[in-house]
Design a protein around this ligand. Structure first.
Ligand code: F6R
Length: 253
């Protein structure tokens, strides 16, 4: 696990975007696993900027997203399909037919989960997976619990997640209660993982992720077992980790 301490959100986004752009340059036909939420927005903005400057080419890239709310279609502004279009895809030369996300409107959720699991397998897995982290240490929507599900599944969102995500909706009641998410297997089999986190409300989750017991009660703790993980986080998010592991600028654990 390599941990990079960023000065602030902008610095975090640039550092993460640097790692992703290296991946795109080294392997132009990479399969990128992508995340939504507020954490990766600056990273996407930076990638768009470099694309506009002619430094990046997305024409051969395939994108597979982590998760989607059940009940929201791609034309709903709160859907993650919409988010990805607005925050990245429509600004770069990625082929929209190579952008995949679970179908929030799928009539048969079980079949949709199987389809998505098979799709990722068929793509040969993920070259680089970008992750955020929930305040409860979830990754994707793999919520804390007694066990983790391996493959794509439908998950009942925890109250903490609904509360945390309510900021994107007019009120808490509007937040869907269920979501599709990639399972822990596809995430852990990604050949490289980049997790971005900023702000004090991620400090506890990051401590569990980096220094905690490896347990389904903190899904992000499983990243300790992966041999190619970059954690890019600002000082506030690393504040609790730094109580046990001081970090100058970066550290390899
Ligand atoms: C989003 C996702 C979630 C978020 C996490 C943090 O696709 O999979 O795990 O990364 O909830 O969300 P933000 O970045 O909004 O704090």
């Amino acid at each position: 696990m390599r941990i990079y301490k960023a000065k602030n959100e902008t610095d975090m986004s640039r550092k993460a975007a640097n790692i992703i752009s290296a991946q795109i340059i080294l392997k132009p036909d990479s399969v990128l696993g992508l995340a939504t939420g507020s954490s990766p927005v600056g990273t996407y903005r930076q990638l768009i900027d470099w694309y506009n400057k002619g430094d990046l080419d997305f024409s051969q890239i395939t994108a597979v997203n982590l998760d989607e709310y059940q009940g929201l279609g791609p034309d709903n502004e709160q859907s993650y399909a919409w988010f990805m279009r607005e925050n990245l895809f429509k600004h770069v030369n990625i082929d929209p037919t190579n952008c995949y996300i679970e179908d929030g409107l799928a009539e048969d959720p079980g079949a949709e989960c199987l389809r998505y699991t098979e799709l990722i397998r068929g793509l040969g897995g993920i070259d680089l997976q970008l992750l955020g982290i929930g305040p409860n240490a979830h990754i994707g929507f793999n919520e804390p619990g007694e066990a983790l599900e391996k493959d794509t599944h439908l998950v009942k969102l925890k109250e903490t997640t609904i509360r945390a995500n309510a900021r994107f909706f007019t009120n808490e009641d509007e937040v869907p209660k269920y979501a599709f998410t990639m399972g822990i297997k596809a995430i852990m089999q990604a050949r490289c993982i980049v997790l971005v986190a900023n702000g004090e409300n991620k400090a506890e989750a990051l401590q569990k992720c980096i220094c905690g017991t490896i347990s389904p009660e903190a899904p992000a703790s499983f990243l300790q077992l992966h041999n190619n993980v970059f954690i890019v986080a600002d000082e506030a998010a690393l504040s609790l980790v730094e109580k046990t592991i001081p970090i100058e600028q970066s550290i390899i654990l």
